[in-house]
Design a protein around this ligand. Structure first.
Ligand code: SAM
Length: 391
């Protein structure tokens, strides 16, 4: 690589590192900046991304008094040592890859810390109709996740830019993390049911639920951010999903739909600790205060959900975080406040955990934590209940 090219890459990456804050996450800044670099080669774009993320992965171990260039060099050395043999990194160093307050909210294990320093695993999900086609076309680069509801889930080992593939552009597969796919499967929607996806965002789970309904039944998708719902529409069109409706909803006003639902998914706004492998910059912008505030919002959204459930209706709560405040504590508070809701345990007849993880629930569960080091995925907490048929 010429010196000029190298300087261009370094300058662009460092500009992004300096602009990054809670309102301007690295992935968003990178997407915008790289879109404008029409002449830049893909491998040079990859080098920009690598510099930015390596810095944020190791930021807590770096000397902030040094120049940014020096810090990045240090981060790269740590990264190389870690990737050659994770045991080279002492526990007291590794502990600094996440902020100190994390220990007040969850059990910080070496396994978790190592996992979030590793390259991200890519997972795909093909709609029922195109699973076989995708598997045949990309056979060498795919590892199937399992049977049953995991039949069309694959780990991707290839090096191609998946967004540019014609199979992706024609909606033959979605890029969707394994933990997010688990949420859709844990909802167990039955064809013909009506579901409400309360915080649908860009529609990852809406599209999955709609597919599981096999075009029989409907998913009503709401979100506070109208721009996210626009992306949801593009995603649904690509996946050729039509059994959904969408409307903005701020979580406070009356929901835009009158009908009671057979099922509701609350994929709630959360502190996102479960995504710290994918978004290492978020480790340095999320605070313990955020965690406390979010638990109130999560509980309020759960309250709104209960009011909209049919007798016997199913409620699924998910958060891509691992803090006890937003997971087990919200679950316990909810169960105390709403005796009309009963735990809806996984019956164990279908493979709930993908075979590729070599895990099992062991016993029937209605609340479960997806551990990133066991699943090679985001961290996620999911709980589910049913509204009792009689009060
Ligand atoms: C975890 S994300 C949802 C991801 C989405 N379900 C998916 O699978 O792609 C949480 C979503 O909650 C939305 N949100 C945040 N506060 C909200 C509120 N008060 N009412 C409704 N939606 C809200 C955010 O805009 C965000 O899209």
């Amino acid at each position: 690589m010429s010196k000029r090219k190298k300087n261009g890459i370094t300058a662009l990456a460092d500009e992004i590192i300096e602009q990054c804050d809670a309102r301007h996450p690295a992935d968003q800044l990178l997407r915008q900046a790289l879109k404008n670099e029409k002449e830049m080669l893909p491998r040079h774009k990859a080098a920009v991304v690598e510099r930015v993320y390596t810095y944020f992965r190791w930021k807590g171990c770096l000397d902030a008094e040094r120049t940014l260039n020096r810090q990045v060099r240090m981060a790269r050395e740590l990264d190389a040592d870690f990737l050659s043999y994770a045991g080279k990194i002492k526990s007291e160093v590794l502990r600094k890859v996440v902020p100190e307050w994390t220990a007040e909210t969850m059990k910080v294990t070496r396994e978790w810390l190592c996992q979030i320093q590793r390259p991200v695993t890519l997972w795909l999900r093909a709609p029922k109709a195109s699973g076989k086609r995708v598997e045949l076309a990309m056979k060498k680069e795919l590892q199937p996740a399992g049977e049953g509801c995991w039949r069309n889930t694959f780990r991707y080992f290839g090096k191609e830019d998946l967004f540019q593939m014609s199979h992706f552009q024609h909606g033959h597969f979605e890029i969707q993390d394994l933990a997010s796919q688990f949420v859709g499967n844990f909802c167990q929607p039955e064809p013909g049911e009506n579901w409400w996806d309360m915080c649908a965002g860009e529609g990852g789970k809406t599209v999955h639920l709609a597919d599981l309904l096999q075009q029989k039944g409907c998913v009503w998708a709401t979100d506070r951010a109208a721009w996210r719902l626009q992306r949801l529409k593009r995603r649904a069109a690509r996946a050729k999903i039509f059994n959904y409706q969408s409307a903005p909803w701020d979580g406070k006003s009356k929901p835009p739909f009158r009908k009671p639902f057979d099922g509701i998914l609350l994929d709630a706004p959360c502190s996102g600790l479960g995504t710290w492998q994918r978004n290492p910059n978020a480790r340095w912008t999320t605070t313990f205060e955020d965690v406390k505030e979010l638990t109130e919002l999560q509980f309020k959204l759960l309250e709104s959900a209960v009011a909209r459930l049919k007798p016997g209706g199913k409620l699924v709560y998910s958060v891509c975080t691992l803090t006890k405040q937003e997971t087990t504590r919200v679950m316990r508070r909810f169960e105390k406040a709403f005796p009309e809701m009963e735990p809806w345990t996984w019956d164990g007849t279908k493979p709930a955990v993908p075979e590729v993880c070599e895990l099992d629930f062991g016993k029937p569960v209605h609340g479960y934590t997806v551990q990133p080091d066991q699943w090679k995925s985001n961290g996620m907490f999911v709980a589910r209940w049913r509204r009792r048929k009689k009060a």
